[in-house]
Write a protein that binds this ligand. Sequence first.
Ligand code: FNR
Length: 379
Amino acid sequence: NSIYLQGLGDVRPALPTDLTRLEGLAERSLSAQAFGYVAGSAGTGATARANREAFDRWRIVPRMLRDVAERDLSVEVLGTAMPSPVLLAPVGVQSILHPDGELAVARAAAAEGVPMVLSTASSYSIEDVAEANGEGPRWYQLYWPKDRELAVSFLERAKAAGYTALVVTLDTFTLAWRPRDLDQAYLPFLRGIGVANYFSDPVFQKAIGGPVTDANRDMALLHWVANFGNPSLTWDDLIFLRDHWDGPIALKGIQHPDDARQAVDAGMDGVIVSNHGGRQVDGAVASLDALATIVDAVRDQATVLFDSGIRTGADVAKALALGAKAVMVARPYAYGLALGGQAGVQHVLRCLQAELELTMVLAGITRPSELSLETLVRA
Ligand code: FNR
């Protein structure tokens, strides 16, 4: 309601409440390279479009006279209590978007009590982001590097800095065919920005023979590229992760029910149904279309989260109705960060949560757990 009250006076929200408008505004304020990095997707963008279209094929059926005066959007996911079933997805090198990058996002997340998932490819260190996040809830996302010692170092640093759950991204052991980044020479662009989280790591520094300086920066970047992902990993390697992480682990990038079952068999606590926002396999199945069969396959043996294509509160409600316990969003808050720093990220979170709450109560629903397939029809 505070958003409506602001609108009644002279004070208008600094950013539009229709979050789909943020992309156009960000395009005007960011460089072509920075905008291309966020908005871009794999190949022709077919999967990114399919992610959005999948939401249009489901419609919510509102129910009346159900006493919705008291509502509670809070959920607990992988041991973390959160005010609503929404998390901030991992997004790498955020200083491309705003000088404060992940620090601004960490402060916004803490102010709203919303968990952030810090990317391995962050532009601030694990420790600096933890400090900015303070008492806020935070998870760590691992891009599993070739060098196992480096992987262990990341996990130990994250644990020591208070990240409670681990998200292991499986769909990006190499960057996909992303025409916008290729055309705009993304890696040379990144050279000027660096990947501080790697550069600050003692194991990384040992591998390149000392701290990163102007003199060895190119070599450091090449070492990063060579080590970024490990294409030879198999399901058996997950034992190694279990041995080095005490808290809950969720696998991100799952699109097939058999992979979800294997995750359960490997003792994983959660799976994140995601196609990386359409940034990896062009022509891949829409993430929302993969969700229901995965929920069926996993039943209650693991927590199912969802991302790729969430833009509105109604989208969140649909993903929950199809069985996700919570959702993650990426591009909307990345644009919020670009346009308004910490306040921009908070604006996005507040809009999304407010619209989710309104959608739910107007549909006769007071708790996320009440959302089910009975709430939806096929369009
Ligand atoms: C991402 N994503 C991502 N995922 C991850 O596991 N580690 C990362 O470092 C990044 N980096 C990243 C950068 C940018 C600019 C984007 C847009 C995305 C993927 C992200 O976590 C998420 O899976 C999707 O982006 C979700 O789709 P939407 O919300 O962007 O449609």
